[in-house]
Design a protein around this ligand. Structure first.
Ligand code: ME8
Length: 629
């Protein structure tokens, strides 16, 4: 039995954040669960490195694109290592095998008659790397915005190659009909059906106005559209075009796990591309919701990215993983809250789970010398516990198999509450006092056997904790489905180790602002970065309005060692006469720019509030050119 699971490959325009970590962690949980169930698993993640967005980010960083991508790809890899992600491969779209496979794939689409040359006239959103039609963009005054990310789009007019996406509409609808679980959750499938029912437009799949991409072999002045390039990673990484045997082994993927905003690419464009080259479609696309902060999507470009390391270092991997699955209802959006994380840690993990193990192992240590007692014939309550276990196990497996991860943990914790009830109702401390050692041994055995089951079932979510529990219970087999199917896996007489509680509780106070603090820290700069800005006092010696401009004034300022021309948009707030003689603050090392034909060498600083604008000056007299630090 094989299972092939993928995450999106992440853009390397910026470092990974809790959003990309979320998908990767969930995929890791599913991969570990499938391994536990006995599947041979291939778990793929990686980075999306071509396209305009990444190219621009490299330029802004002053680096060659490949060098920039190498650095960022390393950051993703090292974060996944820290988060104990068990991916089997990490694909990079700049890898040679991937580039060749993209070329083979697209050439095949061409050979199959699905590509033609045309002119693309329309909008393009660089942050989303997405084409938008006139009727899709948002108009806001004079701005034209992307309907997805609400940032400005650019007008494109290029000769491109087009993929006959429209041709596949009926075949896609048929596939959706025949495979009702192809896209999940249901409400996401319905969004796709609506798009399909509205009809599909052909898709531009090459670009000529920039070069950072995979060249089209037959016409290398074109580079292949970054989304087409990226989607092909799902087959390039497993050998399409270079290792047919491996490819056959793993394809089709069992699930592409993605965020909801890229569902159209995965549930419409990608399946149509696969149909075009004659490959089977993936079994499922699962589009989960977004992590939000105060209702806003977490993303680097919105400036509210959270570094998962902060929480992992503070609480540990397992707690963060448990929180993400248990608290953020899988499939839907959910707000990231450290308070809620701590709430889950204190109640579900420390109280319900950790404390139960702690109490049981303490009693085995005290009354049985740390050796697991042999259970006797059970009573009604023991049978009830066993029944509750088998019922929970069945429900848990079923829910996990259908990607209902949050509900699976809910069910499991209802069971843990029942194990606590069992422990309290059987009153082992009274049994000890009354010297009913046989009965006490049975209760402790049953309690620890259920804890072992819980540790096995939660091992995909909290692998480190489960390892600890296995150690305490001297369970050294490789956990598997078999261990869940039978009761009595623990061997009487084996060592039970009592130790530190599994989880430490955390005080809830002072947490409210922490998420905000992390975000602010992400947006802070170092003193070195600040000192790159050369701020100087400058005395205005000349000022005049620029003819035909409502806003611009040309200033000549004295910087002590030199005089400079600066053009500033302040004519609606100051007259030239008011300016002459003022000591103002300028950024002296800004790259020169031309405004209405006038060179401006520097920028003055001003404070703005609503319609009011006031220049920054110094408090008292000081020599022109004085440095501000
Ligand atoms: O879209 N909440 O890359 P990307 C939950 N390169 N998940 C989030 C998230 C959030 N706030 N923010 C990001 C791309 N994600 C393309 C994909 S695949 C062939 C090409 C996760 O770096 C989520 O899985 O923008 C989302 O779909 C993905 O990161 C987007 O990553």
């Amino acid at each position: 039995m094989k299972f092939y699971i993928t995450t999106p490959i992440y853009y390397v325009n910026s470092e990974p954040h809790i959003g990309s970590a979320y998908t990767t962690i969930i995929a890791d949980i599913i991969a570990r669960y499938k391994r536990l169930m006995g599947y041979e698993v291939f778990f793929l993640t990686g980075t999306d490195e071509h396209g305009q967005k990444v190219y621009q980010a490299a330029q802004q960083a002053g680096k060659e694109p490949k060098e920039f991508c190498d650095e960022l790809a390393e950051k993703f890899k090292s974060l996944w290592k820290e988060l104990e992600i068990t991916n089997d491969h990490f694909v990079r779209t700049t890898d040679d095998y991937h580039v060749r496979t993209v070329q083979i794939f697209v050439e095949k689409m061409i050979e199959n008659g699905d590509v033609y040359k045309g002119v693309y006239k329309g909008w393009y959103c660089i942050p989303c790397e997405t084409y938008w039609n006139e009727d899709e963009v948002i108009r806001d005054g004079s701005s034209v915005l992307c309907p997805e990310c609400k940032r400005p789009v650019k007008w494109l007019e290029e000769e491109n190659y087009f993929f006959r996406l429209s041709k596949y509409r009926d075949a896609l609808l048929k596939h959706y009909e025949e495979h009702p679980d192809f896209v999940e959750p249901d409400f996401r499938k319905n969004e796709m059906l609506k798009i399909l029912e509205g009809g599909l437009k052909d898709l531009s799949i090459t670009r000529t106005t920039f070069k950072w991409g995979v060249p089209l072999p037959r016409d290398p002045s074109h580079v292949i559209y970054v989304w087409v390039d990226a989607l092909i990673n799902y087959v390039s990484a497993i050998g399409y075009g270079w290792d047919e045997e491996t490819f056959k082994k793993w394809w089709p993927a069992n699930v592409h796990l993605i965020g909801k905003e890229i569902n159209r690419f995965h549930s419409i464009v990608w399946p149509a591309m696969l149909m075009s080259v004659g490959l089977p479609l993936p079994e499922k696309v699962f589009a989960h919701g977004w992590l939000t902060v105060n209702g806003q999507k977490i993303s680097k470009s919105l400036g509210n990215a959270i570094d998962p390391r902060y929480f992992v270092n503070k609480y540990g991997n397992d707690v963060v993983r448990y929180y993400l699955v248990r608290e953020i209802s899988f499939g839907k959006d959910g707000d990231f809250s450290e308070e809620k994380l701590v709430g889950r840690l204190n109640s579900d993990l420390a109280n319900d789970y950790g404390n139960l193990l702690h109490r049981a192992t303490a009693m085995v240590q005290k009354y049985f010398n740390g050796s697991l007692p042999r259970p006797s014939e059970g009573e009604g309550i023991d049978n009830w516990l066993k029944e509750r276990y088998f019922q929970t196990k069945d429900e848990y497996l079923k829910l996990m198999d259908s990607y209902k991860l949050t509900e699976a943990l809910e069910k499991l914790w209802l069971f843990i509450a029942d194990v606590n009830k069992y422990f309290n109702d059987t009153q082992p401390w009274v049994l000890a006092k009354e010297n009913k050692m046989d009965r006490l041994g049975t209760v402790l055995y049953n309690t620890l056997e259920t804890i072992l089951k819980v540790a096995i079932m939660t091992s995909p979510v909290m692998p480190d904790t489960s390892e600890k529990v296995f150690g305490r219970l001297s369970f050294d087999a490789k956990p598997s489905l078999e261990h869940l199917e039978e009761w009595g896996v623990l061997k009487p007489g084996s060592a039970v180790k009592h130790g530190e509680p599994l989880f430490q509780k955390v005080e809830v106070q002072n947490l409210k602002k922490v998420v905000e603090t992390v975000i602010v820290e992400e947006n802070t700069i170092t003193i070195d970065e600040f000192s790159k800005v050369d701020l100087r006092v400058a005395k205005v010696v000349e000022a005049e309005r620029i003819p035909n401009s409502r806003k611009l004034i040309r200033l000549v300022v004295d910087l002590g060692s030199e005089k400079r021309q600066i053009v500033a948009g302040i004519a609606e707030h100051y007259t030239p006469e008011e300016l002459v003689g003022k000591n103002i603050i300028v950024v002296a090392n800004l790259k020169p720019a031309k405004l209405m034909g006038y060179e401006s060498r520097g920028m003055l600083l001003a404070a703005k509030h609503g319609e009011t604008l006031r220049l920054l000056t110094v408090d008292g007299d000081i020599a022109p050119g004085a440095k501000i630090s």
